[in-house]
Design a protein around this ligand. Structure first.
Ligand SMILES: N[C@@H](CCC(=O)N[C@@H](CS)C(=O)NCC(=O)O)C(=O)O
Length: 215
């Protein structure tokens, strides 16, 4: 059986775990990372020299980096239209997968999630949050424009691109900051929440990650 190392509260683990559920794959998930088993042991570092989750073990094939893991799972176990075989069909969708990882994710996590959840609130000012929100707004508007009437990133078909795009929206819509009006993105998020796998594996409370006064 596939083994996934990583805590359920990690957005990168959520991306992979949700993908596995959409692909109908059985998996044993092991709690590693913040608040759980250490990722800095020699055994773990031998799997992922970065000492981060997620790590996938597929029958001895060890993979790390969530985006690469998910692409592997789609290529190995997925089929069209979820994972288009034709490179010319897949590449325009893959742009969005890459863009979410390289642009939307750091803007959301570094600009808002860490300051609002993971850092000492005494060190955070309203101006910092406003700056984070202003940097993220045009990116959310790009997604809104791409989605149009949807229903999905590819149009009619739910594809791998929806995993990359959708997995951070629970944080995007759940954090307390000012968002621009994005009607297409809002209705897309409502549609995602109708998927049991999204509710089970992405809509996971981040409260265990909240900053605590050192004891
Ligand atoms: N680029 C990596 C980032 C992995 C990453 O930053 N993982 C975080 C959790 S989201 C982690 O392992 N944090 C340390 C910990 O939980 O102990 C990926 O996409 O897999």
């Amino acid at each position: 059986m596939l083994k996934l190392y990583g805590r359920a509260t990690s957005s990168n683990v959520q991306l992979v775990r949700w993908g596995m559920a959409e692909l109908g794959l059985a998996v044993e998930r092991l709690d590693y990372g913040f608040g759980h088993a250490s990722t800095k042991t020699p055994d773990f570092l031998a799997m992922n020299p970065m000492g981060l989750v997620p790590v996938l073990d597929d029958n001895g094939l060890i993979l790390w980096e969530s985006a690469a893991i998910l692409r592997y799972l789609c290529a190995e176990y997925g089929q069209a239209p979820f994972w288009p075989e034709n490179a010319r069909t897949r590449a325009p969708l893959d742009i969005w997968a890459e863009w979410v990882k390289s642009s939307f994710t750091p803007a959301l996590l570094n600009g808002l999630f860490y300051p609002l959840v993971r850092r000492d609130p005494a060190t955070i000012t309203p101006a910092m949050i406003a700056e984070g929100a202003a940097a993220l707004a045009p990116l959310a508007q790009m997604l809104d424009a791409r989605l149009g009437q949807g229903p999905w990133m590819a149009g009619e078909d739910f594809t791998f691109a929806d995993l990359y795009t959708g997995h951070l929206l629970y944080r995007y819509f759940g954090l307390p900051f000012e968002r621009p009006a994005t009607p297409n993105l809002s209705s897309y998020y409502a549609r995602l929440q109708e998927r049991p796998a999204y509710r089970d594996h992405v809509m996971v409370s981040w409260e265990p990650l909240r900053w605590k006064e050192p004891s």
